[in-house]
Design a protein around this ligand. Structure first.
Ligand SMILES: *Cc1c(COP(=O)(O)O)cnc(C)c1O
Length: 219
């Protein structure tokens, strides 16, 4: 299957899942995850009209996206991988959305870079819903305090919450937990669901799904 066939297939599955959940198709945004694929593999998907993309590495994104953004107007790029503070400057310059705000140090560093560059980037807080040792993200119990810190101490506006649940578990409770935390903290957007589970996530209220393999093929 070509990436464009994959894109069309994923779009119609999103529409069907939204319908089934009694939601409008336009409530669910598709983030096409293009990590590990080169610019030439991404172009056909841009030509097919997709404009929202996700990358998980700042340096890799720097190698392909400045050129693609120049060629395709209104492209929106989301950082969905961990951010190191020595890469904040580049991340703020290149990305439109950073979904992986997960600790005070990185929040501070993003706030100061946005001010320096006079650029505002949309922000999501990553929540470690599975409390996995090796995974990034704020613990669910610390989410409210961390959001307060971002908003009150740093003056940041946090648009959404994001999670990457454990792979081997029933995912419903993780998606439900993210939605509950968002509701409790006045947050409207939920980034959850990947190739294997985006339909389930839409049922639990995902407002964006991050889909790579089902569009571009195996990495
Ligand atoms: C790679 C990645 C995705 C996409 O995963 P697929 O299973 O290929 O759809 C989604 N979210 C994050 C954070 C990723 O790193």
């Amino acid at each position: 299957m070509s990436a464009v066939d994959g894109l069309n297939d994923v779009r119609s599955r999103i529409a069907a899942a939204a319908r089934e959940a009694g939601r409008a198709e336009s409530d669910v945004e598709l983030i096409a995850v293009s990590k590990t694929f080169e610019a030439e593999a991404i172009r056909p998907v841009l030509d097919a009209g997709q404009r929202v993309f996700g990358e998980n590495r700042v340096q890799e994104a720097q190698g392909k996206w400045p050129g693609l953004k120049q060629d395709y107007a209104n492209t929106e790029l989301h950082l969905i991988g961990p951010l190191q503070s020595n890469k904040t400057k580049e991340a703020v310059a290149l990305f439109d959305v950073i979904q992986t705000v997960d600790r005070e140090k990185i929040a501070r560093s993003i706030a100061s870079e946005m001010e320096k560059q006079g650029k505002s980037v949309r922000l999501y807080v990553e929540v470690n819903t599975g409390m996995e040792e090796q995974k990034a993200g704020i613990a669910p119990d610390d989410c409210a305090d961390f959001l307060r810190f971002c908003r009150e101490e740093l003056g940041l506006s946090i648009e959404g919450l994001m999670c990457i649940p454990p792979f081997d578990e029933n995912l419903g409770p993780h998606f439900a937990l993210l939605r509950k935390l968002a509701g409790e903290n006045g947050i409207a957007k939920l980034s959850m669901g990947m190739s294997g589970d985006f339909e389930t996530a839409i049922g639990f209220g995902a407002t964006s799904v991050r889909v790579g393999t089902a569009i571009f093929g195996a990495r």
